[in-house]
Structures are given as C-alpha cells and as structure tokens.
Design a protein around this ligand. Sequence first.
Ligand SMILES: O=C(O)CCC(=O)C(=O)O
Length: 298
Amino acid sequence: MKKCVVYSPIGAVENEFMSGVFSEEQKGAYHRDGYVFARGLFSREEIGLLGEAAHADRALDDAATALDDGEGNRVRLSLWNHPGDGIYGMFARCRRVVDSVEQLIGGEVYHYHSKMVLKDARTGGAWAWHQDYGYWYQNGLLFPDLCSVMIAVDGATQENGCLQLLERSHHMGRVNHILSGEQAGADRERVEEAKKRLELVYAEMEAGDAVFFHSNTLHASGPNHSENSRWAMICCYNAASNDPYKESHHPGYTPLSKVDDEEVIRVGKSGVDRVSVQFANIEQEDRSAKDLAGEAES
Ligand SMILES: O=C(O)CCC(=O)C(=O)O
C-alpha cells in the first residue's frame, strides 16, 4: 500500500514554524520522495464550486493553448501569472495551500503562476516525462526551490490520464531537457534508467485531493482515452529567496497576499466576479520550453 497522507488539521497544530496542513512526518516524506499527497485538501463543496466555475469559463477555454504531445494528441492548458481575486485566486492564495508550501520550502514563497490542465474526455493528450525546473531553469532561477500543487478538479485515474511521478527522482538534480513535440521532455535515456530504479507512482486522486511536488521531481501523464474529463489546477510557487536574476514571462518576487480558507466558498458563491484572471498567451510569451531547441543545438 502506497504511503499517502491525509489532510489533518492536527498537522497545523504540530508545526510551530508555519501553519500548513502537513505534520513533520509528511514534510519529511516530501523531502525524501519529492512529493506528498494531501487527500481531501478541499471539501466537495469547495472543489465543486471550482469545477463548476472552470468548466463554464469561456475565457479559460478560449485562452487554452494546445500543445502537440508528439504522439498525435494535444494537451490543452490555460495559464495565468497573477492569482487575482476570483475563485482561482482563492485556491492559489488560501492559507491552507500557501502555508503548506511554505512549510515544505521552509520560508516565504510567492505565486509563480497557476494553470488549468484541460485534459478532456477521449481527446486529452499525454505529458512527456519532465521536471518543471528542467525548463523553468531558463527563466533565471538559480535554485530549484519551487513547488507545484496539483489540485484535482475532476477525479483522476489511470484511465483518464492521472499524473505519474518518479519517487525520489528530485535527488537526481536537473536533467537535460529537449523539445518533445511542443513540450519540454527530459533526456529519455536517463528517464528510462531512472524508471528501472525508482518507484513509479500513479497520482490517482478524487476531486479536492492535491499532490505537492518538488520542481525536480520527474513527472508525466498518459492520454485520456476515457469518457471522463481530467481537469486539474496546478499552482506553482517560488521561494522568495529565489528571485530570478533576469526577467521572463513569469513574475519575479511579488509578495503574495494570503487569504483565509473561508474565502474559497465566499468568493466561489459570489457569482459574477468569481472568475477573473489575465490569461497568458503561451504561444507568444512562453519561451522556456521552446528555448530548449536552441539549447540542444548549441
Ligand atoms: O496535467 C498533467 O497531467 C501534467 C501537467 C504537467 O506536468 C505540468 O504542467 O508540468
């Protein structure tokens, strides 16, 4: 049986440093394995409000970029740099999430960006094996002191292409990345060798569960051949101490204004303004994966 940790308010009491959801044991598991689950991080009501808002959000759909996965399918995602005051912002800025990331990183973090991965039923494409720092590295970040929080908006199973993680792969350090289709993919030979030695974990999740993972953790996901969509919101945070040394399409240190956990429901129920972010034009602005083509040639 895989270790998976369940969100427990006891974690908050046990940790005197930051008031996140993880116990010391869970924090240790993150550093050892490169990821930690927080089952039931969001209630059915909370995640229901996010799912309803996102699935009805025309702007989110219109902003989606479709990236060729190199296998005949396309992955669709919409991305935004600043969390905003709508429901997406409440998920990304609530203490439950941000304090927990700070617990894992060990200090102040800021919002690096968030995205919605729209892995639709039957058509959603695969994600090649990669480390997020494999391409974020291009953005002037000296250290891999970043953490991503993948929140299951829809239930995620192996059938609909849940996230896969290679346990402990963050200890490998940054692996070379090259373009795979239109995505940044890690050096395949290394990934194949790593797969022989490390445990492959399928991040099957119910809506409202989350997995927190290190920016050097190798991860991927398969296509969605099922009848069920697998949308997920991924909120990414950078350590305040890891301010990039040059400008990129993602922000430098910008203090994050945390909100109380109750704001998720309050804003989610408030109607009109609940979805309000500025979506990025990934095709035009995001050079971090494309620049890998130049890196491979040089
Ligand atoms: O949604 C997925 O299956 C993977 C997303 C991912 O790997 C990423 O956004 O870096």
